[in-house]
Design a protein around this ligand. Structure first.
Ligand SMILES: [Zn+2]
Length: 343
């Protein structure tokens, strides 16, 4: 069983070996705790190039990351490792238990709660713990997500545009290590308070991701998340060996695509029943039909056609058949050559 911890100051983060903890965060409304799972693994083969922090379950109803991180907690062997990794498989533990995007304890989206607040509700206090106790332990931060109930994505890793070119280039290289079909540069103006925002602002190499969606646990997404993390450990010399392909031999390299402005994220113009007519990852031209919105209050009415406002790659579509007016309906991203970032 993990060791119960009430005060993170009681953890020796420099001790070698593998150590499982549950960090107790007191509840706001009743006596009791949310028990945050955290595994510390410090290799016995000396230092690594960089130490690593990996999160799953920042959103509770996204499972590929939770499973991949839990498996890493069990599988990684400190005897053959260098450096240190911190693994947190269910960051919003209460949301994970509830199969919910946000915590049912305070209604807060953990991925909007950063940098946290030590006197705030439980999600803010957990974010504050990450900011003050966990971020100092690693230079590379990986946050494993899936689309939840809202968005359907092809398997992708992601990062924001970063002004520092060296940080941007290293981030792009690490995003490739998950061997996803797509790597997305996403808009930092869509939301604030993200875990990745905070880590990037600290100058860390920070990767977001979408490994599935629909509250499922897709085997391909779990594989990319798990084996991609092994590649990250190899890349920074925590594990020996070089990065390995995850997709079948002959698969093209990851396609880089940019959706870094708000006008890439097209809102649904009206309520309706959504019928997509393209696939995720498909290339479209400006004006191409993306899908149709049906109004069943008059079944004789023509569908409302949704046509691409720009050419590019369909990197996201609303997952359910019932988008509401204002919800993001689709994203068509601009293809980008890797040389633009990698030089
Ligand atoms: Zn998420």
């Amino acid at each position: 069983m993990p060791t119960l911890v009430h005060d993170p100051a009681s953890i020796d983060f420099d001790q070698p070996g593998k150590h499982h903890y549950q960090i107790a965060f007191h509840l706001d409304g009743t006596w009791g705790y949310s028990l945050l799972p955290l595994t510390l693994i410090k290799g016995r083969r000396g230092a690594a190039e960089s130490n690593i922090i990996c999160f799953g379950g920042t959103h509770g109803n996204e499972y590929e990351g939770q499973i991949a991180v839990k498996r890493l907690c069990a599988d990684l062997d400190p005897d053959v490792m260098a450096g240190r990794i911190i693994l947190i498989p269910q960051l919003s533990e209460s949301a994970c238990i509830a199969n919910s995007r946000v915590s049912p304890l305070d209604g807060v989206n953990m991925n909007r709660a950063f940098p946290g607040n030590r006197k705030g509700t439980i999600s803010y206090r957990i974010a504050d713990f990450v900011k003050r106790w966990v971020f100092p332990l690693g230079r590379v931060v990986i946050d494993l997500h899936s689309g939840g109930k809202e968005g359907a994505f092809p398997i992708c890793t992601s990062f924001h545009p970063i002004p520092n070119r060296a940080q941007q280039a290293e981030t792009a290289r690490v995003a490739q290590l998950f061997d996803p079909p797509f790597v997305m540069i996403y808009a930092s103006t869509m939301a604030s308070g993200l875990l990745t925002d905070e880590a990037e602002a600290e100058g860390k190499i920070t990767i977001g991701s979408e490994f599935g969606g629909g509250e499922t646990a897709g085997r391909h997404g779990v594989r990319h998340a798990y084996e991609g993390m092994l590649n990250v450990l190899r890349h920074y010399r925590l594990l020996e060996g070089s990065a390995e392909s995850i997709r079948p031999a002959g698969a093209p390299g990851p396609q880089l695509a940019r959706a870094d402005r708000l006008d890439h994220y097209v809102p649904c113009p009206r309520d309706g029943v959504w019928e997509p007519v393209v696939d995720l990852g498909e290339r479209v031209n400006e004006g191409d039909l993306i899908g149709r919105l049906h109004d069943f209050s008059d079944h004789s009415s023509a569908p409302f056609e949704i046509r691409a406002r720009r050419g590019g790659i369909v990197l996201m579509m609303h997952l359910s058949a019932r988008p509401q007016k204002g919800q993001t309906l689709y994203v068509v991203a601009d293809p980008v050559d890797w040389s633009e970032l990698l030089g």
